[in-house]
Ligand binder design. Structure first.
Ligand SMILES: *Cc1c(COP(=O)(O)O)cnc(C)c1O
Length: 370
């Protein structure tokens, strides 16, 4: 069976370096907020073009902390998309802010600028305080259009970079276009830990201090909370693993792009839609997502042929029971609702071998012709 993702393969490839890093931490006697987290934060900030990075427990916390740091409060409207990991919206709900959903562009799968413009012209949209932009599947959002629109309305801008570590738009790295950027290091992400982890990055140094306070109970001095903060720390073991992974991020992203290019070549002419790429973007292919009306049958056939695949995501957030709030304005998200039934993520991870890529391609040809 060819797996859809395979974080163990990354571990095995770097076993010596990771085992050595783990031994170093275990023998140090210091396990929370120490040298490894500090070292990783400095290295990650530099790699992401930020002035600073603060490690946190996971990507969901990163978004919650970023919203709080920007002063978003209960009842505030926060604009985002419904075609995303539920985590994006869970973070908004956790501070009792109100998500306002914008439809996605039918080719790019990220926020559609025209739909955003329409929302911002409604009374509810006009009151929005912040926007969370998701660089989904490794494809940058159309920031050149959307950032000026959001700025003109005075919105705080958060980038959800959980699927896009190292992606570029016009040569400028994602995470540097807004006010704060949020990352997840869930094991399957482009930069993955072997457990949970996350980070907030930014340019503005006063926001750095706020983010640091928020991740440890709001303590400016130990045991005295100046802010209402939470406990959301990246631990030393995960930070030491991430320092190894970060050294491989660029080459891993290159490999993901090479796999995508190979899929593109071998699947051209087949009756499925292949992922669209903006010509000014460096897409880092967290996922390689095809689309077809016969998605469920195709997935079943691929499985029988030994090829794993996943649907990211089978239900839009606003369709899920916990998020179907009847008091909110009715959502009109035709592209979002259409694509959830059609998308399929093919095997994609840097250690996927060339012969395995060929097997996936052959299986797809067979499954479609059946
Ligand atoms: C993975 C992910 C998150 C959340 O990350 P966790 O570390 O799982 O909390 C947020 N947004 C997007 C788009 C993601 O893919």
């Amino acid at each position: 069976m060819i797996l859809q993702s395979n974080p163990k393969a990354a571990y095995l490839e770097r076993r010596k370096a990771i085992d050595a890093a783990l031994a170093r931490v275990l023998e140090s006697g210091w396990y929370i907020l120490g040298r490894e987290v500090e070292g990783f934060e400095a290295e990650f900030a530099q790699a992401m073009g930020a002035n600073w990075a603060v490690g946190v427990a996971n990507g969901t916390d990163a978004i919650e902390i970023a919203l709080r740091a920007l002063g978003i409060k209960a009842g505030d409207r926060v604009v985002t998309v419904s075609h995303t990991a539920v985590a994006t919206v869970a973070a908004i709900k956790r501070i009792d802010a109100v998500p306002l959903f914008v439809d996605v562009d039918p080719r790019r799968y990220t926020m559609d600028p025209e739909s955003l413009d329409a929302l911002l012209s409604t009374p509810d949209g006009g009151r929005a305080k912040a926007i969370v932009l998701v660089h989904l599947y490794g494809q940058p959002v159309d920031m050149k259009t959307i950032v000026p629109m959001a700025r003109a309305r005075g919105l705080s801008i958060i980038e959800d970079c959980a699927q896009a570590h190292g992606a570029l738009l016009d040569g400028r790295i994602v995470g540097t276009w807004g006010d704060l950027a949020c990352f997840s290091f869930y094991p399957t992400k482009n930069l993955g830990a072997l457990g949970d982890g996350g980070a907030v990055t930014g340019i503005n140094s006063s926001l750095r201090e706020t983010v640091q306070l928020l991740r440890t109970y709001g303590w400016k001095n130990r045991y005295v909370s100046d802010l209402f903060g939470i406990n959301s720390r990246l631990d030393e073991l995960q930070a030491s693993i991430l320092r190894v992974g970060l050294q491989h991020l660029n080459q891993d992203n290159e490999r993901r792009r090479a796999i995508a290019a190979r899929y593109n070549r071998s699947l051209a002419g087949i009756s499925v839609e292949l992922p669209w790429q903006a010509s000014n973007a460096y897409h880092v292919f967290h996922q390689y997502v095809i689309a077809t009306n016969g998605r469920n049958i195709l997935q079943e056939r691929l499985k029988r042929l030994g090829v794993g695949s996943l649907v990211h995501y089978p239900m839009a957030v606003h369709q899920q029971p916990a998020y179907a709030d009847p008091t909110l304005r009715p959502v009109d998200l035709p592209h979002t609702e259409r694509l959830v039934g059609r998308i399929l993520s093919l095997p994609m991870y840097p250690q996927l071998r060339d012969d395995e890529i060929e097997e996936v391609v052959t299986a797809l040809h067979t499954a479609i012709e059946d």
